[in-house]
Design a protein around this ligand. Sequence first.
Ligand SMILES: [Zn+2]
Length: 420
Amino acid sequence: MSMEPRESIAFRFERRKADAVADPTALTGTMSGRLDTFGKFEKTVRAGLELVAEIRKIRAQNPHGFSQGEAKDLWSQLLTLEPIMPHVRLLVSHNFFLWFRDSWELSLSILQQFVLPTPLRRKIEQTSKYWATKQRPKTKRDKSNTMEDRYAFVFELYLEQLKTLREQQAAFTEALAKGKPMSQADEAKVKAGPFTLVNTGGFNEDAMNAAATVVEKAGRILQQKGFGKICYGDVNITKQIGRGKVLAFYLKDSDEFFVRAGVRLNVDTLHTVLHEFGHRMHRKFLQGNDALIKRLYGKYKTKAMFRLEEGPIDESKLPKVGEEVPYKGDILVVTEIDYLKRKIRMKSKANPDSRATYSTGFNDFNIVFKGETEKAVKPTGFITQYAGKSPEEMFAEMFAYYCTDELSAAQLEDFAPLIA
Ligand SMILES: [Zn+2]
């Protein structure tokens, strides 16, 4: 369904991956789940802090030390918390940073994708700043001497972190509820020929204009080729496409069209966008031709279809007349090298008078009898390697090359019935 760009483009975009943003709704859900896990000791920790307070009261009343007996019950209650302490310590010293550092990315993506009321916007900005500057703390030396102080140190840190996380989570949730997606803001829509570009990520004018140039050019070509009926609707300009390397994308079920922000007009981007429009053409208008498309795909897939390599013939790779090769329990003798048709003709050695003759292309001869790999020859059928993926992709690839007048006469002959 989606089209990977060619190598060079993929590489160029790979380098920009760093500024790719997340899906705020999904990430908020993830964070909420982690917060639930983080918060599950709250009740126990609060009860523990009450015990600590009681013990401290007794200690304050006995500045010169108190007997175990005076706080015995409280001590033993506090000790029952010992099994959970390793978990709580791990949460505050390790998991707090490990699990919630994504809040930074989440705040950034919310700021990029939503128009927010100012106070709410500030809250999200603060959250972003909080995590941007947050370093994993050096393990704070717990200088507490008494057992209750050591417990209190961990409990208080836990509650402080829990409070911070809850405030941030509330801000995220509020932002998703009250924020206006930039894609719905009027200023986020730009006309590009027959299409409306939707700015889904708060991209700047440059990025939008660049995308508009590509989409407009594609639209013009499509109209010239008689495909005006697929030039309609919104084209979403986005950073969130597939695994980050994809330039354009078409969702067949919702008929939605996506183009990656920052694309520049060149052969690859134009081809990719036309390819995706090929999918729309197929889905919306050519479902009736599915059988034809599948049949052509089958024809191209046939292994027998090897192209005779063009250019000078490599004499050293040709057999000599009279050479013998084993074939299905028989021996074939080379009778003729047909340079004109680039064929090698053979006869059975066992039945020299039989009328049956054998012939193969130059390349096929080496594959069948000399063990050369098929890689040495290109299949004639598919216009690109990607087209071999499925009948749908073959159609979209041929569609794109049809639009840019790059089909050979034979391919044009094959393709024309598919769009009729
Ligand atoms: Zn595709």
